[in-house]
Design a protein around this ligand. Structure first.
Ligand code: PDD
Length: 291
């Protein structure tokens, strides 16, 4: 039985209850965050908290996430996850319980805070080395996807389209630009140049994206943050996704068209190796220059 956190309490999941008047339930009025712990050590928790603070400020939800690192640690302990290779904690904060109106409740309302932990099973290296398929899907999201809103219906529909097509990932396309995945950021490699969409209002500013950019620079790869035309991604040498629950995932075909050699490329592999080494707790700056 798993133990979850709800509004200041740790309790068995079966006993966790929220009101049907919660604005998260009625209006998707809230934000969420997913962070990973490697053998019990959270990866870049400060960046996750920064992104939460940004979202909460944009939505004018009065909640200070300062206590969450302790909540996260305790969730791992309570659920026996302190020593597993990878675990994740999901947390969401909604505006709270109030009669349904489109505008904010007039008086102060306590935000609802819910969190749970689970084990993350990394794919075998053999599976990873075979690579994965993806498809392109129109990006039907709103224009503030830099806020990690719990309103994820377009993402859900995009990911389901991928599942229906027998693909692992969906590439969201807006105005001819391949912006990101349904729940991860997209990178393309041309020669040795690593390219990803700029951190604008059109993508979520992924913590993994930021880390992989640092790793790429550390490994001496040229890095560009620019929009990728959808035609460009078909002719990229390599494509991969990054995310907390994606880590670094290679795509070897898009819409049935082979990418590069049709296999996992050397830049993606080098970045994944550096990522695995980095999150396993190697000293900061673990990515060493290529010989
Ligand atoms: N998704 N882009 C989107 C649309 C996302 O939903 C996510 C994360 C990312 C990657 O961000 P990060 O590297 O900080 O995880 C990019 C989470 C994991 C989810 O929805 O479960």
């Amino acid at each position: 039985m798993s133990t979850v956190y709800l509004n200041g309490e740790f309790l068995p999941k079966e006993e966790a209850r929220i009101s049907v008047d919660d604005r998260g339930f009625l209006l998707s009025d809230g934000i969420y965050e997913v962070s990973a712990a490697y053998r019990g050590r959270f990866f870049r928790m400060d960046r996750h908290l920064d992104r939460m603070r940004f979202g909460l400020r944009e939505l004018r939800i009065a909640y200070d996430p300062g206590d969450l690192p302790e909540v996260h640690e305790r969730l791992l302990d309570e659920n026996g996850l302190g020593n597993v290779e990878v675990s994740t904690v999901y947390v969401q904060v909604t505006r709270g319980v109030a009669p349904r109106t489109h505008h904010f409740p007039p008086g102060p309302v306590a935000p609802s805070v819910y969190a749970f932990a689970s084990e993350f099973i990394r794919p075998s290296r053999e599976a990873w080395e075979r690579g994965y398929r993806s498809i392109t899907v129109p990006d039907r999201r709103w224009s503030r996807v830099d806020i990690k809103s719990i309103a994820l219906l377009p993402n859900v529909l995009a990911q389901q389209a991928a599942v229906d097509a027998g693909a692992r990932d969906a590439i969201l396309v807006k105005d001819g630009i391949a912006v990101e995945g349904s729940h991860n950021n997209l990178f393309a490699v041309f020669g040795e140049t690593v390219v990803t969409h700029p951190a604008s209002n059109l993508i979520l500013h992924g913590i993994t994206r930021e880390y992989v950019l640092e790793l790429a620079m550390g490994l001496g790869y040229p890095v560009e943050e620019r929009a990728l035309q959808v035609e460009e991604i078909y002719s990229a040498e390599e494509l991969f996704f990054t995310g907390t629950t994606t880590e670094v995932r290679p795509t070897v075909s898009v819409d049935g068209r082979a990418i590069g050699s049709g296999g996992v490329g050397p830049v993606t592999r080098a970045l994944y190796d550096a990522f695995l080494q980095g999150v396993a707790g190697a000293p900061a700056g673990a990515a060493t220059a290529r010989s």
